[in-house]
Design a protein around this ligand. Structure first.
Ligand code: AMP
Length: 296
């Protein structure tokens, strides 16, 4: 039995990213990539996903170095999932330029015996049917779910099915409003407890995050980022760090603080460049700051 490890599933992608100040192609991305970079700091990570034969060697090397189990990472003929996004001048709103499913179109995740036994699973952002397929095969105790507006708008019944089997839901305030019609994040989060999860974390961007459970809500602040370079992946880094800490035995508040600290580093670099190379001191300083402003 594997107690302290994390199974991560979601997208593995080649991104094209446009910000108000820069444009880059062939950036290694996807929800699993960012989540793995964050989570591997805390626990051994097992990856479930798919790549095409065009997936670059640097990407494969990164996965080899960060993941402790790649048995369920499939490589098949075809193109890796690719996504293009453009940030508007406020750096917050993002439009999707294209989503090419490539090899994800026919992906049938199949968990090996060892991966079925991993006790904590992060269902990072991907089609809810794939998330559901992992839940059905897994014997985990905790399922943590991340999703996005696309799935709320296009596959709501499948997403609601996943929510019923989810223990902890992570989403941002606009996604929470889209699901519940409540613009107030606390009301939206509380209502989402009726959809299945026992705990909901509503991310509030530069305002921090709200942790909602059966007891009183807890507000966690955000680290004041001086200069945003590229917001891509911040949500996945948050999800990866949060899940890694829970899998390692930490509590939710501690996990949100560390997740916020890492997400604030992610947005300060293009793609994953800064989060891959950040120093322990930088992470620790940000955690200390967030702990110092915590109101309990
Ligand atoms: P975030 O900025 O945290 O929302 O995550 C951005 C990452 O999500 C990018 O690297 C994309 O490759 C990936 N992504 C974008 N759209 C999708 C989608 N529909 N399904 C799965 N992953 C996606």
């Amino acid at each position: 039995m594997i107690e302290s490890s994390l199974l991560i599933t979601g997208s593995i992608a080649i991104d094209t990213i446009e910000t108000p100040e820069d444009r880059r192609e062939n950036v290694l991305g996807g929800s699993v990539t960012y989540a793995l970079i964050a989570a591997h700091r805390y626990v051994p990570c097992h990856v479930v996903g798919i790549i095409g034969t065009d997936f670059p060697k640097e990407g494969k090397d990164l996965y080899q170095s960060l993941a402790s189990n790649l048995s369920d990472l499939q490589e098949v003929p075809g193109a890796t999932f690719s996504w293009g996004g453009r940030y508007l001048d406020n750096w917050d709103d993002r439009e999707t330029l294209f989503t090419d499913l490539g090899v994800f179109g026919d992906f049938k995740p199949l968990l090996c015996e060892e991966n079925k036994e991993v006790k904590t699973v992060l269902l990072a952002n991907i089609h809810p049917e794939l998330q559901n397929s992992i839940i059905d095969q897994s014997e985990a105790d905790i399922f943590i779910l991340d999703t996005m507006n696309l799935w709320i708008n296009t596959t709501r019944p499948q997403l609601e099915d996943v929510l019923k089997k989810t223990n902890i839901l992570l989403l941002n305030e606009s996604e929470a409003e889209l699901l519940t019609n409540h613009s107030d994040p606390q009301k939206a989060g509380t209502e989402l407890l009726n959809y299945g999860p026992e705990k909901v974390i509503v991310k509030l961007g530069s305002e921090g995050a709200l942790f909602i459970s059966e007891t009183d809500p807890i507000r966690i602040g955000a680290y004041p980022v001086e200069k945003i370079v590229d917001p891509t992946g911040a949500g996945d880094v948050f999800a990866g760090a949060f899940s890694g800490i829970l899998a390692a035995g930490g509590n939710e508040v501690e996990a949100i603080i560390q997740a916020s600290a890492l997400a604030s580093i992610c947005v300060e670099g293009f793609g994953a460049e800064k989060i891959l190379n950040c120093s322990v001191e930088d992470v620790t300083d940000r955690i200390n700051y967030l702990q110092s402003i915590l109101e309990l």
